[in-house]
Design a protein around this ligand. Structure first.
Ligand SMILES: Cc1ncc(C[n+]2csc(CCOP(=O)(O)OP(=O)(O)O)c2C)c(N)n1
Ligand SMILES: [Mg+2]
Length: 391
């Protein structure tokens, strides 16, 4: 499949204009991110991300986090187009009371949303946690010839995410742990809410992440599908977490607002939106236009996803046949049930004059739980450390 042909640019424009139309219709929202990052998201969702729209909770899936949650229409457009249980009417009801399309994505409300995002930096940190959990499972369960746990966590992160302190802490840990299953696309549009990042955010982001031990790739043009595609392929091969810095234009296509902070967080206006449609060769009407062949193209994700899930389930069955005990244990963890007897022999603390620090008693309880609940060893280890520091 040649990547820069008409089909792909029409597919990407469908994402852009579904998003911009929804913001314009709601008279509120953020058109800039979806219009600027549509191409990188498209490559990720059509070429790399493993998911099944008909079963958003399939355990073998990769995870996608839109850390810049203000760009939620990008995610909703993708969910609708690829065939998740999110109707076009929900996009038309963007930001309306009772809709499944709130201004910022909410986990548990909208099928396919893996993490609640909006507070910048939060999705970045959540993704690191997900990648740790996957690595933990892989270390415990994978066996030679049975690499069942191989999920990758992808995210789109923004200037605001990188500005927030939490991203530094999380990135440091991700580098330290060499989370090769963590791949972040950075929407390097050099614009934030108040204007150019020249105003307040001029640090060397490439060397910053290299210093954390990340693998950093620079994509000169975030609209160049082959460049993004190659970068994602390289990232998957690297033993470190990867940051793919994609140079983009916020509000791509908007005749006067592209590349400006005015494209960040307000409806473009009818005239500007129409101007973008003319510029990118899109029909002015109807609003929320989805060409049939483009919907069919996106909906291939459903067959592909079904097949991916069937393949994974077959691998899981083979695993359970080869390692029945581990298979049962993995099923228990996936079902989120606690092991039988998890609460037996918990320490008791009789009243005492001096009183025991709750930090110390909680440590004892957690260590007791940890010996019976293997899922959380990292947590119990850090608590032991806490006790050591306390001495
Ligand atoms: C922790 C936090 N502080 C402030 C905000 C308010 N806010 C929303 S978007 C944004 C800046 C967005 O800049 P960027 O992340 O580069 O997104 P872009 O403008 O490129 O879409 C801010 C400060 C927030 N969402 N979270
Ligand atoms: Mg930005």
């Amino acid at each position: 499949m040649i990547f820069s042909d008409v089909l792909h640019s029409r597919a990407i424009n469908t994402i852009r204009f579904l998003s911009a139309d929804a913001v314009q219709q709601a008279k509120s929202g953020h058109p800039g991110l979806p219009m600027g990052a549509a191409a990188m998201a498209y490559v990720l969702w059509m070429r790399h991300l493993r998911y099944n729209p008909r079963n958003p909770n399939w355990p073998g899936r990769d995870r996608f986090v839109l850390s810049g949650g203000h760009g939620s229409m990008l995610l909703y457009s993708l969910l609708y187009l690829t065939g998740y249980d999110l109707a076009l009417d929900e996009l038309k009801n963007f930001r309306q009371w009772g809709s499944k399309t709130p201004g910022h994505p909410e986990y548990g409300l909208t099928p396919g949303v893996e993490s609640t995002t909006g507070p910048l930096g939060q999705g970045f940190g959540n993704g690191v946690g997900m990648a740790i959990a996957i690595k933990h499972l892989a270390a415990h369960f994978n066996k030679p010839g049975h690499e069942l746990i191989d999920q990758i966590v992808y995210a789109i992160v923004t200037d605001g995410d990188l500005m927030e302190g939490v991203s530094s802490e999380a990135a440091s840990l991700a580098g330290h742990l060499r989370l090769s299953n963590l791949i972040y696309l950075y929407d390097d549009n050099r614009i934030s809410i108040d204007g150019s990042t020249d105003l307040a955010f001029t640090e060397e982001r490439k060397t910053r992440f290299e210093a954390y031990g990340w693998h950093v790739i620079q994509v000169e043009d975030g609209n160049n599908l082959d460049e993004v595609d190659d970068a994602l392929s390289l990232a998957k091969e690297d033993p470190r977490p990867s940051l793919i810095i994609c140079r983009t234009q916020i509000g791509y296509g908007l005749p006067t607002l592209q590349g400006t902070a005015k494209a960040h967080g307000e409806p473009p206006g009818e005239e500007e939106l129409a101007g973008a449609k003319v510029k990118l060769g899109w029909p002015l009407t109807p609003r929320f236009f989805v060409p049939d062949e483009i919907l069919a193209h996106f909906r291939q994700a459903m067959d592909k996803g079904r097949q991916l899930e069937v393949d994974w389930e077959n691998r899981f069955s083979a695993y359970c046949a080869a390692y029945p005990e581990l298979g049962t244990e993995l099923k228990r963890r996936i079902s989120r049930k606690l092991p039988v007897g998890w609460d037996q022999n918990l320490p008791m603390f009789p009243p005492d004059e001096k009183g025991l620090a709750t930090r110390a008693s909680s440590g004892k309880v957690l260590n007791s739980l940890a010996s019976k609940i293997p899922d959380d060893w990292r947590f119990c280890r850090s608590n032991t450390l806490h006790q050591d520091l306390d001495r």
